[in-house]
Design a binder for this molecule. Structure first.
Ligand code: AMO
Length: 430
């Protein structure tokens, strides 16, 4: 029976492995193969004079990255990976790979990201690429565990919707029988409606769709959002949940992903320390004004250049709080004593924004007023507004981008590296 390559030792005696031909070398009398599965690599040594005919035929025919089944005797061999080699009795080609390969799995030839994404199935055979997705999986596991332990209910909300959540732009229209419909930009309205349903603490991890026309290293047209909504909570309560979640997720990755971090050559993986500093928006603008050449004023959005400058000053994760009401969505709750600013926040990594959230407006009439002020039509939001007329508790929440979390955690240059099959303006296949 096939055993994982990692568990083959000289003590195994005999072994059967199945994997990809990672490398091959012919030294005349001896042929060497490295066979790889997801657990590791083993050297297969073929002494040509002694090997069975069938083995010799397969060895001659096989190409790199073909899938092979090899069975034989395991011997200690100091110089080989894992200190052992396999001398085959049988060498069977299960699936022959074409040559040349569209991408060099052994990474002797560095490839452009586009080439890599076009042949993602090959790209992901490389341990350093697989490591990103194994770490992403571990991070998602930690996040789900965190929510379940904290008593959150997992919900699934529709991705085909009739109205914009975050404003009218950036919407993907779709054909929905005879009606106008869109791909959802955020579960925002639905997670809030579940507060009216009395669920108190909900989370959803699901796709969000944004028709962003920026082709940048941090924007995707399909992203994964980790969303929560909590009743009887304010913005401070949910910021605490967010920073605890970030710390726990990093700690889980550090504790369980040693091999993957090594594959990525990350030797200084640091778990951030909570609490993260709370930087008022006005002070953030002040820092940007001192550090960057382009003009920026109170009331402006914090763009990429400003974000980087402020990030440098802050050094680690931090929150920007007390935003001008005018530049936040209609659902953010203004402060009672100064309604020009609101109970909204962004969680920032020194490189970019990771999450946005707020305490929400839970009073129906104020919400209608704010929707109208943004130039939106409250009639389009009737399904959302209705629950606010039948007992809506005060509530708060946030949305955290899964890809940006992984991108910043692993210091990846491009957010596309944290997505198996990214969608951007130019990429719809594979
Ligand atoms: P926002 O629009 O700021 O807030 O999105 C929240 C987080 O989702 C991620 N994100 C993206 N990641 C990659 N590519 C994109 N195009 C993209 N768009 C968003 C980011 C961002 O910080 N409803 C609110 C959340 C809330 O208040 O609960 C919202 O969607 O990491």
């Amino acid at each position: 029976m096939r055993i994982p390559i990692q568990s083959v030792t000289p003590a195994s005696g005999t072994a059967e492995v199945i994997g990809w031909v990672h490398e091959m070398r012919d030294l005349g009398g001896l042929a060497f193969f490295l066979i790889r599965d997801r657990t590791g690599i083993i050297q297969v040594t073929v002494p040509k004079k002694k090997a069975p005919e069938a083995v010799l035929a397969a060895v001659k025919a096989v190409s790199r990255e073909s899938v092979v089944r090899v069975a034989g005797t395991v011997k200690a061999m100091e110089k080989a990976p894992g200190g052992r080699e396999l001398i085959p009795d049988t060498f069977e080609i299960l699936s022959m790979s074409e040559s040349p390969l569209p991408l060099d799995v052994v990474e002797k030839v560095p490839a452009e990201l586009d080439t890599r994404l076009d042949a993602r199935f090959l790209d992901a055979r490389r341990p350093r690429v697989a490591a990103v997705f194994q770490i992403r999986s571990a991070a998602m596991h930690a996040i789900t565990g965190f929510f379940e332990r904290a008593g959150f209910t997992n919900i699934t909300t529709p991705k085909i919707v009739a109205a914009a959540t975050e404003g009218g732009t950036e919407l993907f229209p779709i054909a929905y029988f005879d009606k106008e419909a869109f791909l959802n930009q955020s579960p925002q309205l639905y997670k809030q409606m579940m507060m009216a349903a009395g669920f108190e603490k909900v989370y959803e991890i699901g796709p969000i769709f944004r028709a962003e026309e920026h082709n940048t290293t941090k924007h995707l047209n399909e992203a994964t959002s980790i969303d929560i909504e909590v009743s009887f909570a304010d913005h401070n309560d949910v910021m605490k949940i967010l920073e605890d979640l970030i710390v726990e997720t990093y700690a889980h990755v550090r504790n369980t992903c040693g091999t993957q971090l090594a594959n990525l050559e990350i030797t200084d993986f640091e778990v951030p320390k909570a609490p993260f500093p709370r930087l008022p928006y006005a002070e953030a603008i002040g820092i940007a004004q001192k550090k960057i050449a382009e003009p920026i004023r109170y009331g402006d959005d914090i763009g990429t250049t400003a974000e980087k400058a402020i990030g440098e000053e802050m050094g680690g994760h931090y929150f920007i709080v007390d935003w001008p009401t005018e530049i936040r969505p209609y659902y953010a709750m203004p402060y009672e004593d100064d309604p020009s600013i609101c109970r909204a926040f962004d969680l920032m990594h020194p490189r970019m924004e990771l999450s946005s959230g707020a305490q929400r407006v839970h009073e129906h009439d104020l919400l209608v007023k704010q929707i109208t002020k943004k130039g939106l039509n409250p009639e389009n939001f009737e399904f959302y507004l209705r629950p606010f007329r039948y007992g809506m508790p005060p509530h708060a929440g946030w949305g955290l981008g899964a890809e940006r979390l992984i991108q910043t955690m692993l210091d990846l240059g491009n957010v596309r590296e944290a997505v198996l099959f990214p969608r951007d303006m130019h990429r719809l296949v594979p």
